[in-house]
Write a protein that binds this ligand. Structure first.
Ligand SMILES: Cc1ncc(COP(=O)(O)O)c(C=O)c1O
Length: 430
């Protein structure tokens, strides 16, 4: 986003958000200050901007969080910036004032406008995306909708998200699909090590693989583009779980060269709960059965996946505000800041005795999320220690392949919060 674009946006925001300004105390002064700071960070590289605290202090003001504990569990879903939350309230009010009139006369046009904005943000056309409720709906639509014959194979990884594993397991029970499992190392040495693991699992019967772009329990980023390119040379399709990657990492969906992609917008795009995206490559749309039968639109039309009945439209409309807020920061700068926050605390604890980090720390292999274990403690004991003793909220991960505590700072996390977290670890292991 250039300074001029940003200026236009800030003007627009000043216009549409009069109610929000009054309600939340983020007045035009806040926007003007942000614009001033933006001019300063525009001079900096994303890496330099990631450390420019006056800018982030201003962004932190856009979120209102409980002062009673430090929330380092932002992987579940994101709080909305005040502006986005207020837009949601205004959308609900507006629809409630003209309920069925809105649904019959306005809904389609406004939703299409938001869909176009989201498609542009994702780098594709609105003919390839659907707004869903979440990643689960997006990816399970594909997993349930592909035709498989008994004996066909699908490749998954032991660290993929449970709901997608279960959707595949249902296909095993119903249609005799066979699952092949990749055993992903916590800290791979290179991209080719990861690509080869997926390649080795391919047989002549392999039809599809699921690849998680950013593993939720450890924060590991997979070389998705390389995996997709490799899979396609074997005629294998790739479903990408982008739940945590979308709007955390700076990329466009077509960069991945995947066939199908799903993400939740209530994670890193900071939308209200219940918003997701499904992308299907144009030429693949026809072969996937929609979850809810739809024969009214042609089989090769993405809108066949939109047939969910009456739903909270206000949430869809609010995606627009979330995109605008995201673009105030910019994708590259946001990714760099989130990575900086993770680096800040991990670099201060990684050499301490008993501390084990279950996350690869090289820049392109993780971003906001990391997973820490302390020898001699179970994940639950560690998470309980952080919360009960220090009022720092994290989440215990107790899986066969990963045992530790997931730590996820957010844009609103202050460096002082991370210092407190580092101190809590030092106190524990010293
Ligand atoms: C990697 C991954 N995939 C899928 C999901 C499911 O997201 P949702 O519950 O929003 O559908 C999550 C949720 O945390 C996740 O981390």
């Amino acid at each position: 986003m250039t300074t001029n674009d940003r200026r236009d946006f800030i003007k627009q925001m000043g216009g549409f958000s009069a109610g929000f300004l009054a309600l939340n105390g983020l007045d035009t002064q806040w926007l003007a200050q942000l614009e001033g700071l933006n001019k300063e960070v525009d001079e900096l590289s994303p890496l330099e901007a990631a450390r420019y605290e006056p800018f982030w202090a201003q962004i932190q003001l856009a979120f209102r969080q409980s002062p009673h504990f430090i929330n380092l569990e932002n992987g579940y879903f994101s709080p909305q910036p005040l502006e986005v939350m207020q837009a949601q309230v205004e959308n609900i009010q507006r629809i409630n004032e003209i309920p069925s009139f809105y649904m019959r006369r306005r809904q389609a046009e406004e939703k299409q406008g938001v869909k176009q904005q989201l498609a542009h943000f994702a780098g594709c056309t609105s003919a390839e995306i659907v707004i869903t409720r979440n990643t689960t709906e997006s990816l399970d639509t594909i997993i349930a909708g592909l035709d498989f014959e008994a004996g066909d194979e699908a490749i998954l990884c032991d660290q993929d998200y449970g709901s997608m594993q279960q959707a595949f397991q249902q296909r095993v029970k119903r249609h005799g699909l066979v699952l092949k499992w990749v055993d992903l190392p916590l800290v791979p040495k290179s991209d080719s090590e990861v690509v080869e693991l997926y390649e080795k699992a391919i047989t002549p019967k392999t039809k599809v693989m699921l690849v998680t772009q950013l593993i939720n329990i450890t924060g590991q980023i997979l070389p998705v583009r390389k995996i997709c390119d490799m899979a396609h040379t074997h005629g294998v399709e790739v479903i990408v779980d982008g739940a945590h990657a979308f709007a955390q990492l700076d990329f466009k969906i077509p960069d991945l060269n995947c066939d199908y992609f799903g993400a939740s917008l209530h994670k890193w795009l900071c939308c209200p709960l219940g918003a997701g995206i499904l992308y299907v490559k144009k030429e693949k749309i026809e072969q996937v059965w929609p979850l809810f039968g739809d024969v009214a639109v042609p089989a090769d039309d993405i809108r066949k996946f939109e047939h969910i009945g009456t739903h909270p439209v206000a949430t869809h409309l609010t995606i627009s505000s979330a995109i605008r807020f995201h673009e105030l920061i910019g994708s590259a700068r946001k990714e760099a800041r989130l990575r900086y926050l993770k680096d800040y605390w991990t670099s201060r604890v990684k050499e301490l005795p008993r501390v084990v980090l279950n996350t690869p720390l090289d820049a392109d292999r993780s971003c906001a999320i990391a997973n820490i274990a302390v020898e001699g403690m179970t994940p639950n004991e560690l998470a309980t220690y952080f919360y009960d003793k220090h009022r720092i909220f994290t989440v215990a991960i107790n899986r066969e392949s990963v045992k530790g505590v997931r730590v996820t700072p957010h844009l609103y996390t202050r460096i002082a919060d991370l210092d407190a977290f580092v101190e809590a670890i030092r106190e524990l292991v010293s």
